[in-house]
Design a binder for this molecule. Structure first.
Ligand SMILES: *Cc1c(COP(=O)(O)O)cnc(C)c1O
Length: 392
């Protein structure tokens, strides 16, 4: 805290969140002040807001190759996951007596915990699809587990903790064959991949703004025409009756601008981060004994490097890096005296001791090569220091 003003800070945690792009901020500003109308109001001030929301909806729809009426704005990526799972589970149970939910064991907590709640409190039957040691779902395993009373399948598009990208396209084909709706959490993936819900045969897709240089507190759920999730937030008729509550106009406007810029700058951003990511992965694996890459070596998010190190506590390493000015993260939850390894790392079969030593380094469009080189220079010493302090 003392040297907060003088210490150089390098942010390497873009999978946790990203700064709001200045251009996004510029678009949002007027909607907090002069354009403050309630989009449900009939007068011109309300209609100005209404138009802004509908043009944002079009922007988001284009981004994933869908139609505007298939986009529901939500309060965050987690809410989109909740609406997809809860909404479809209940609607499919009502419609066709479907009681079976199939998800991967490496889902974001917003999917995993929601699925667990649906089983514990609402009587649904939860089954996990197996994943390989990279955390990837094998479409053939889906074929043997999906059946006519499966209410929905949910598989993360790009994993937030280990970066692995799933073969959603093949998964989508199988789900379509069985007439079972497929949901995918693309909150991470959307920042870099050109997602096409038509090509991937997706029925529901979760998006969030703050992982792609938009504001926190806004997300969207794509729902293919024809599916009707049961709303979880009831009241007014906003969002076609799927999500009550006065729309957060500035955040929705910012989300759309962030998405527009991601689309325009996708290739440039991806090339930039991929170079830096590969630099990090190569340097760590070659230079630090007892280090292992987690997640897929090739099919992974272009900005995402994740590792485990033997004989250290990942939270401790993150704390040491923080004092040196580097913001990274570890997958394990920090509970005093009793560190809990990440469920995802256990889910891909890592032993507990190794799973505790996780480090995630994620770069972004504003990360420089110089920042990464300096980080890679200090990292071996930080790892040694964390190992010296390690007590089993
Ligand atoms: C960040 C994230 C979420 C949650 O999004 P919020 O907008 O923070 O609620 C969900 N899924 C994945 C894969 C994420 O990375």
């Amino acid at each position: 805290m003392m040297n907060e003003m003088t210490l150089k800070r390098v942010y390497l945690d873009y999978a946790a969140t990203t700064p709001v792009d200045e251009r996004v901020l510029g678009k949002m500003l007027p909607f907090w002040s002069e354009h403050f109308g309630n989009p449900s109001s009939v007068h011109w001030l309300g209609q100005h807001s209404e138009q802004a929301i509908e043009s944002a909806r079009e922007q988001i729809a284009n981004f994933i190759h869908s139609n505007p009426e298939e986009i529901i704005f939500t309060g965050c990526g987690s809410e989109s996951d909740n609406l997809a799972l809860r909404g479809m589970a209940h609607s499919q149970r009502k419609l066709r007596d479907a009681n079976h939910i199939l998800i991967s064991p490496v889902e974001h907590p917003a999917v995993l915990q929601t699925a667990k709640r649906l089983t514990e409190e609402e009587g649904f039957e939860l089954e996990f699809l197996p994943v390989d040691s990279h955390g990837m779902v094998d479409p053939d395993d889906l074929k043997t587990r999906i059946h006519s009373t499966t209410a929905l399948v949910s598989v993360v598009y790009g994993n937030n903790e280990i970066g692995t990208i799933n073969p959603i396209n093949q998964i989508g084909r199988i789900c379509q064959e069985f007439g079972v709706p497929l949901h995918s959490d693309a909150v991470q993936a959307a920042a870099y991949l050109d997602i096409d819900v038509e090509n991937d045969k997706l029925d529901l897709l979760s998006l969030g703004a703050h992982k792609l240089y938009g504001p926190k507190g806004v997300g969207a759920l794509y729902v293919r025409n024809g599916w009707k999730p049961v709303p979880i937030l009831t009241g007014g008729k906003q969002e076609n009756g799927y999500r009550a509550g006065t729309s957060n106009v500035p955040l929705i406007v910012g989300f759309a601008e962030a998405v527009r810029l991601s689309d325009v700058e996708r290739a440039e951003r991806s090339d930039h981060v991929r170079c830096l990511r590969d630099l990090i992965i190569q340097a760590v694996l070659a230079g630090i004994p007892g280090s292992y890459l987690t997640g897929h070596p090739v099919d992974r998010l272009p900005n995402h490097a994740s590792f485990v190190f033997d004989n250290l506590d990942g939270n401790h390493l993150v704390a040491i890096l923080d004092t040196a000015g580097y913001c990274c993260s570890s997958g394990s939850a920090c509970k005093s005296g009793n560190p809990q390894p990440s469920e995802i790392l256990l889910g891909i079969g890592l032993p507990r001791e190794l799973a505790l030593g996780s480090l995630r380094v994620t770069v972004g469009k504003d990360t420089t090569k110089k920042d990464v080189m300096e980080f890679l220079e200090v990292l071996p010493e930080m790892v040694s220091r964390a190992r010296r302090n390690f007590r089993v």
